[in-house]
Write a new protein. Structure first.
Length: 128
């Protein structure tokens, strides 16, 4: 269960953490060690979310990919939008389908398949 201000008296001393989007402060027990970044955080897309008012003309880039990785993007209904091959540790998506049509504003699912069957899954938002 996440820590919050009302639980500050539990477990004695606390250490202030990040401020969540909804406001307030997330608290953690004293001496807590932050979790290392997940593999999805180090191999995921950027920018995420992609916003038309800020990122127009820029692709979404998946960085930190192992050689031979394949990135597949899907709609929430499971329809494949596009497949991207790793090149130089990254894969770039121009926000179009495999057929060349621009994608709509939506949340997309991605699966990064690396060597040895290793998979990383995540979500990507596109706001036109």
């Amino acid at each position: 269960m996440p820590w919050c201000d009302r639980h500050a008296t539990l477990e004695g001393t606390i250490r202030r953490g990040v401020t969540p989007r909804g406001g307030g402060t997330v608290l953690a027990p004293a001496g807590a060690v932050p979790a290392p970044p997940s593999e999805a955080a180090t191999t995921g897309p950027g920018p995420n979310p992609w916003r038309g008012d800020l990122h127009r003309g820029l692709p979404v880039v998946f960085r930190g990919l192992a050689p031979g990785s394949l990135v597949r993007l899907f709609t929430l209904t499971g329809r494949e939008v596009v497949s991207l091959r790793e090149s130089g540790g990254a894969a770039s998506w121009n926000l179009s389908t495999g057929g060349g049509a621009l994608v709509a504003s939506a949340v997309y699912l991605y699966v990064i398949a690396g060597p040895g069957g290793k998979r990383v899954r995540g979500i990507l938002a596109v706001i036109r």
